[in-house]
Every structure is written in structure tokens, then in C-alpha cells.
Design a protein around this ligand. Structure first.
Ligand SMILES: Cc1cc2nc3c(=O)[nH]c(=O)nc-3n(C[C@H](O)[C@H](O)[C@H](O)COP(=O)(O)OP(=O)(O)OC[C@H]3O[C@@H](n4cnc5c(N)ncnc54)[C@H](O)[C@@H]3O)c2cc1C
Ligand code: FES
Length: 286
């Protein structure tokens, strides 16, 4: 069992968990992910590594409530345990001395950028990080990324904090200003990663993206996470999750991620209905 040692709400519907997972933590590297199961009957859900405390053996994951399983996980309390935490899975991010690296994170793609920025800095790179959110209240991991980067640039869609616009607004400005950029790595919603790749395509800046298609086993057996990269079929769980962004077929990936939307919506609504009903019963018993 994998005990929750610490849990906090980072913003609406997004919780950070620190979980006891000593063996996994000793082996894990930046850019990898884990597969969690809440209980014996639970669905397996992939989550990125948002931090590794090797001394205490604690794994950080940040979960955004988007459906039934993420909602039920975000209702778990300190002291409770996940039935399974499988990993580390996937190939670690490629870390070397590139020169000037731009790390870009959006939404729950911001936490996994943190260990990558740390590793790039340790390898002697100059690290500029750009993080973005819809508004100030949804921005997470600012302190962590500020400490891991030489420069942290922030954007919000509504202009409530940092630069008004998207992460690509700032990235485009750096390119237009003639900054020397040796590599970009982006993690976040698919439209954000696609926009980053479109920004760096013409100036030919090496750009990695961390793909998050639907995964089931996470070990290359089921084929659920199939993506097309450079015209070839790849399995994001074992061949990635990092890929050359300029080669990824994002449109196909977007379509595949929506394949079960109808069923996911029903499961989530049922869960919320039961959750509401249970809360009402507890209230009445008081
Ligand atoms: C490598 C990787 C790393 C990820 N890291 C994080 C993270 O750090 N934090 C976070 O909040 N989310 C992360 N995700 C996405 C997370 O796995 C899904 O949000 C979660 O599985 C949704 O489950 P659900 O039952 O709550 O939602 P559902 O209602 O089942 O689905 C909602 C949406 O989530 C996606 N999804 C559903 N099932 C899966 C699945 N098995 N694998 C991948 N996506 C799925 C689909 O796009 C779907 O439309 C990651 C996904 C991958 C592949
Ligand atoms: S999740 Fe099954 S092959 Fe990748």
C-alpha cells in the first residue's frame, strides 16, 4: 500500500499528493510517470512525476479532477493509501548540456516540468521557464519553478497575472527578440503543445513534447497509447512520453483522446450524483 503523507489543494479541482513509494522514488528520473490505482476495483490512471524526495522516499503527483477516477482520488485523505503505484514508467527526459533551455508548462503539465527544469539546470544549462494558466488563481508551482530556473516567465489568458496571453506569446517574443534558444520542452494540454511546436517549427528550434494519450497497461502491451510520430506508430508509454514535437500527429492524438468521451461523461455524472447523495446522508446523520 502507498500511504498519502501529505495532501493540499493547489487550486480549484487540483490536488497535490505526497505518497510513500520509496523503491520507486530511488529509481525514478525526471520525465517519467507512474500508474495509480485507488483500490482493488479502481481504474489504472497515469500521472506524471511532479517531484521526487529521495531522502524521504516520497513521490509528488498533482491530480486534476476531470472525470470519475481523478475525482475519487482527489477525495482521498492524508493517511489513506493507494492500492498501487506502478513505476517509474516511460523513458526519462533526455538531459544533457544543451545551452539555453526553455521549459514550458501549462495546467497540470506544470508540475512535471519542475523535475525536468531541475535536472537541466544540474547539467549546466541556462533554464528559462514559461508557465501559463487561464487566470492567476489557477497558476501552480510558481515557487518551485522559480527556484529551479534562472528566469521564470508567467502568462495568464485573462491578464490577471504576468503577461496577458498564452505561453506562446512569450515564447514568440523571445524568438523575435533574437534570444539564442537551444532546446524547448513543453508539457501541458494538447492544444498548448501543438501551439508551441508551431511557434518553433519555422525557426527550427529543437522541441520536445511529453505526450499524454489514453494509457491502460503502461508497458507497451495494449496499444491504447498509440501515437503517430514522423509517420511511424509509437507507443507513448514505452517509446515516450517525450517525442520530437515537430514530428507528432497532434490531430490524430486529439481524436483518439475523445474516443470514450460519451462513457466518461456518464461515469463522472454518476459519481458526482452518488457523492452528493452520500454528503447529504452524512449531513442528515449529524
Ligand atoms: C503520461 C501521462 C501523464 C499524465 N499526468 C497527469 C498528471 O500529472 N496530472 C493529471 O491530472 N493528469 C495526468 N494525466 C491525465 C490523467 O491520466 C487523466 O486525466 C485521467 O486518467 C482521467 O481519468 P478520469 O477517470 O478522472 O477521467 P475520464 O472521465 O475517464 O476521462 C477524462 C479525460 O481524461 C483522459 N483520460 C481518461 N482516461 C485516461 C487514461 N487511462 N490515460 C490517459 N488519459 C486518460 C481522456 O482524455 C479523457 O477524455 C496524464 C496522462 C498521461 C498519459
Ligand atoms: S498503455 Fe498500453 S501500450 Fe501504452
Amino acid at each position: 500500500m502507498f500511504k498519502i503523507i501529505d495532501k493540499k489543494e493547489l487550486c480549484e479541482n487540483v490536488h497535490q499528493f505526497r505518497i510513500e513509494a520509496s523503491h520507486l522514488v530511488q529509481k525514478a528520473k525526471a520525465g517519467q510517470f507512474v500508474i495509480l490505482r485507488k483500490d482493488d476495483k479502481g481504474e489504472r490512471v497515469p500521472m506524471s512525476i511532479g517531484g521526487l524526495d529521495k531522502n524521504k522516499g516520497l513521490l509528488t503527483v498533482v491530480i486534476q479532477e476531470v472525470g470519475k477516477t481523478s475525482a475519487s482520488m482527489n477525495r482521498m485523505k492524508i493517511g489513506e493509501s493507494f492500492a498501487d503505484v506502478v513505476g517509474p514508467l516511460g523513458i526519462p527526459s533526455h538531459i544533457e548540456k544543451f545551452g539555453h533551455c526553455i521549459c514550458i508548462g501549462g495546467g497540470v503539465g506544470i508540475p512535471p516540468i519542475f523535475p525536468i527544469a531541475q535536472a537541466l539546470k544540474m547539467a549546466g544549462n541556462r533554464v528559462t521557464t514559461i508557465i501559463g494558466a487561464r487566470n492567476k488563481s489557477l497558476l501552480i508551482f510558481e515557487e518551485e519553478l522559480s527556484s529551479a530556473s534562472d528566469r521564470l516567465l508567467i502568462t495568464t489568458d485573462d491578464g490577471s497575472y504576468g503577461t496577458h496571453g498564452f505561453v506562446t506569446t512569450v515564447l514568440q517574443k523571445l524568438i523575435t527578440d533574437g534570444e539564442k534558444i537551444d532546446m524547448v520542452i513543453a508539457i501541458g494540454p494538447v492544444p498548448m503543445m501543438k501551439a508551441v511546436v508551431n511557434t518553433t517549427r519555422e525557426p527550427k528550434v529543437k522541441t520536445l513534447v511529453s505526450l499524454n494519450p489514453i494509457m491502460v497497461d503502461g508497458t507497451g502491451m495494449c496499444g491504447a497509447c498509440r501515437v503517430t510520430v514522423g509517420g511511424k506508430t509509437k507507443f507513448a508509454c514505452v517509446d515516450g512520453p517525450d517525442f520530437d514535437g515537430h514530428e507528432v500527429d497532434f490531430d490524430e492524438m486529439t481524436k483518439r483522446m475523445k474516443m470514450y468521451a460519451k462513457y466518461e461523461k456518464v461515469a463522472y455524472e454518476k459519481f458526482l450524483h452518488n457523492d452528493c447523495h452520500l454528503a447529504k446522508q452524512i449531513e442528515e446523520m449529524r
